[in-house]
Design a protein around this ligand. Structure first.
Ligand SMILES: Cc1cc2nc3c(=O)[nH]c(=O)nc-3n(C[C@H](O)[C@H](O)[C@H](O)COP(=O)(O)OP(=O)(O)OC[C@H]3O[C@@H](n4cnc5c(N)ncnc54)[C@H](O)[C@@H]3O)c2cc1C
Length: 372
């Protein structure tokens, strides 16, 4: 049997962020167990907010220099296929970056290898005994002092979640097409409780959508139809789908020594589906908690995220109502296009959802003298 101070299940952004931060903080006796082999493909549009860029820098990765990510300042918003708004990040609140998820995962993997972190690949967790601190893969048994579940939405840790909770679902496909200048199209009115996107950010176009999962919807057909109307042909074999969290886990720490991070904790923005920043940040906070032997630190650090996501769900309930969508995109955005663009950049791109922030946004818009 192998023994480690910390065992991390899953080598996605959450697991590798935890491992790198632990190692950088002097905890060397750790390993990461991963069911796939690298390079491995995870469905993801690869859009990063500025705050994820900063998290990556803390891990020693520069998204521009090391990953060749590019800035996205050009957004177009459509409602039922009609262009409603153009936004060029003119207010300068944030800059999103885009690149491939594969490059991001490989950079984290290479950084972990550089730090001599043991990543046991092709090794799926089959059983966890929380009382004896034991885990089993098909070929090996391991003992831990701390266990970190970073195994995403559909890993072993899914059994600790409340089965009845809602889930988000995302589907996507890539089409080869060179884009001269980076542009992201956001489409509303395609899915009932989400949005669709077309990311033209280099040599590939990423086409996808999010929705609150509804088993009665044929999502593959929906994506093919959306792509076709937008002039792209995609085949079944190119379509990839995955669940993303809608709810935070009821417990993000078990038995005082078992942590959940990233998607496994349910810590992903349910409205924007943005999860990479939260995976990197929760990994960092988990490492800080283990290093300081202080569970409360983790709970304290993730509390603002949980509050933000609860607000996001409230906003989602109203925002995706057909009547609201019709009003905002057919009337309000026509009369106050700059205010809607301001609000989008201030609130959505920065994941600020509470009513206080909406009020602050309005006040700062008036102060900024931006005229419609
Ligand atoms: C279509 C789509 C588009 C998205 N676009 C964006 C985007 O543009 N920007 C953004 O910020 N977020 C996006 N997201 C969300 C983002 O992909 C996730 O939030 C992020 O990957 C979470 O990272 P993680 O490390 O928690 O989990 P994951 O990246 O899912 O990693 C989990 C790891 O655990 C491993 N694993 C699972 N089970 C086991 C087991 N039993 N034993 C061992 N290993 C196991 C898996 O193989 C995997 O490597 C998107 C999601 C989807 C589905």
């Amino acid at each position: 049997m192998q023994k480690y101070e910390v065992i991390i299940i899953g080598a996605g952004p959450a697991g590798l962020s935890t491992a790198i931060h632990l190692k950088n903080n002097g905890i060397k006796d750790l390993c990461v167990i991963e069911r796939s082999c690298f390079p491995r493909v995870k469905p993801c549009a690869g859009l990063l907010p500025k705050k994820a860029y900063e998290e990556l820098q803390e891990l020693g990765i520069d998204a521009f220099d090391d990953l060749k990510y590019i800035s996205i300042n050009n957004y177009q918003v459509y409602y039922k296929y009609k262009l409603k708004l153009k936004m060029n990040n003119i207010f300068g609140f944030t800059t999103n970056l885009s690149g491939t998820r594969l490059d991001l995962d490989m950079a984290l993997y290479n950084k972990a290898k550089e730090l001599k972190i043991s990543i046991i690949e092709n090794s799926k967790i089959e059983n966890v005994d929380l009382n004896s601190n034991l885990i089993k893969t098909l070929s090996e048994e391991y003992q831990y002092n701390y266990l970190v579940f970073a195994d995403g939405m559909s890993g072993y840790s899914a059994r600790f979640k409340n089965k009845a909770t809602k889930k988000n679902i995302c589907f996507e496909a890539y089409v080869k097409e060179k884009s001269e200048s980076p542009l992201v199209e956001l489409h509303f009115g395609i899915t009932n409780n989400g949005y669709a996107w077309i990311g033209k950010t280099g040599t590939n176009v990423n086409i996808g959508f999010s929705d609150i999962y509804d088993k009665n919807i044929n999502y593959k057909e929906l994506l093919k139809n959306f792509a076709k109307i937008k002039g792209y042909k995609i085949n079944d074999k190119d379509i990839k789908g995955a669940f993303t969290p809608y709810e935070v886990n009821n417990s993000i720490i078990l038995n005082n020594n078992v942590y959940f991070v990233g998607d496994a904790a349910g810590i992903t923005d349910p409205l924007s589906i943005e999860g990479i920043y939260y995976a990197l940040a929760t990994g960092k906070y988990c490492a800080m908690s283990i290093k300081n032997k202080d569970n409360n630190l983790y709970l304290k650090k993730v509390k603002p995220f949980i509050k933000r996501f609860n607000n996001a769900k409230k906003v989602m309930n109203k925002f995706y109502k057909q009547s609201f969508q019709w009003l905002i995109w057919n009337i309000v955005s026509k009369i106050f296009p700059r205010f809607i663009a301001y609000g989008f950049e201030y609130l959505m791109l920065e994941n600020k959802y509470d009513y206080n922030e909406i009020f602050k946004c309005f006040k700062s818009y008036i102060k900024s003298n931006k005229k419609d």
